[in-house]
Design a protein. Structure first.
Ligand SMILES: *Cc1c(COP(=O)(O)O)cnc(C)c1O
Length: 356
């Protein structure tokens, strides 16, 4: 089945909301575009593919996802190039990861044609919602949840897959202060840390709130066994520049395989910057800070792109990190990624896709 033959019914909104949006002051997650793509899985098949006006849905109070958490999501972004064309960034990687999450949660996979055609048609229809201001983009949220109205604990028979979008600005206004968490955990070996499943984020809220009460913005998670190795930070992978090398925890079943992380690793290799993907001990990072060998510690993810940390708190001590210089790896990689995504620089990796 090709994109042209996939039957997607399109119902356009009669009350567009685009003119109500203040594009000069975009707050992450507040504005949602006019339309959404919806597909339903029933009787072993994806069906009823449609684009409809973004609106509330009626669900049974017994909807399985609301009770037992069979729910997964993705996060990706679209940008406008100078010609006003809409570009997506590595969407196939998001699709592939979505299906890995689906398998871990006993959910059906979404065929590439459905994911890509739904995305393409939706972005074509809501292209006017893609911002062109520097630092802004259209955030894209594909997700799926179990929709059986049934209270037994078992994989649902029916599912709903939706994509909606919304224009966003920068995620953090200021470089975040992060606390190394040594009591609570995000993921354990054999668990679901590598899946982008809803429950992982619910579980992170309480420890994050405790850290915020102590004056931090976000956590750095450590391994469940010893709390000695660095894993992730919120919805970001964590990377360090130490002794001129890019060092980042290797992906595992407790660390999400981030597409921003992967892209930065590939760019670093392309530039000839040494890269180490391995376990990273907190002690190694703290020692490097104390000895002045740490150039930067930063989070990497679709929402933030690249977010250098201002402070790392560990066992009650706050370590101030050096300011990021304009010619540093972090600044250069952030600009380069942004330039590829917005079509300003040649996409030597073939990562961007134009919406046709
Ligand atoms: C989404 C996410 C990331 C970042 O992945 P990207 O593909 O770069 O957006 C990292 N860690 C967690 C826990 C995430 O949910």
């Amino acid at each position: 089945m090709t994109a042209d033959t996939l039957p997607i019914e399109i119902q356009q909104t009669t009350s567009p909301r685009l003119s109500e949006v203040d594009f000069t002051n975009l707050v992450f997650g507040r504005n949602i575009s006019d339309h959404m793509f919806v597909a339903e899985y029933r009787d072993g098949q994806w069906q009823n593919l449609r684009i409809i006006p973004y609106a509330d849905m009626a669900l049974s109070p017994a909807t399985a996802a609301l009770h037992y958490g069979q729910a997964i999501f993705e996060g990706m972004k679209a940008y406008k190039n100078e010609a006003g064309e809409v570009l997506t960034f590595r969407p196939r990687d998001n699709w592939a990861r979505f299906n890995r999450s689906a398998e871990r949660m006993c959910m059906p996979t979404v065929p590439e044609e459905i994911f890509m055609s739904g995305l393409n048609e939706l972005l074509r229809l809501d292209a006017g919602w893609v911002p062109s201001q520097p630092g802004s983009s259209l955030y894209i949220r594909p997700y799926m949840f179990a929709s059986d109205a049934y209270l037994g604990v078992r994989p649902s028979d029916s599912y709903i897959f939706i994509i909606f979008t919304g224009p966003v600005g920068n995620y953090y206004a200021n470089p975040p202060k992060v606390k190394v968490e040594t009591e609570y955990i995000r993921a354990a070996e054999g668990g679901v840390g590598a899946a982008k499943c809803a429950g992982n984020y619910a579980a992170s809220l309480y420890p994050t709130r405790l850290a915020q009460q102590q004056g931090y913005d976000q956590l750095i998670w450590t391994d469940a066994r010893d709390h000695a190795f660095i894993e992730e930070s919120g919805t970001m992978n964590v990377m360090f520049v130490i002794d001129g090398k890019l060092i980042t925890p290797a992906v595992s079943d407790t660390i999400l395989d981030g597409i921003t992380r992967r892209s930065i690793v590939e760019i670093a290799r392309h530039w000839g910057v040494p890269v180490e993907e391995r376990r990273v001990a907190i002690k190694e990072v703290i020692d490097a800070i104390k000895e002045g060998r740490l150039e930067a510690a930063f989070g990497a993810g679709t929402a933030v792109v690249v977010s250098p940390f201002a402070v790392i708190g560990y066992e009650g001590t706050n370590y101030e990190l050096p300011a990021i210089k304009e010619d540093s790896f972090v600044s250069r990689v952030k600009d380069f990624l942004t330039d590829i995504r917005t079509g300003k620089t040649e996409d030597v990796f073939g990562w961007t896709q134009k919406i046709q």
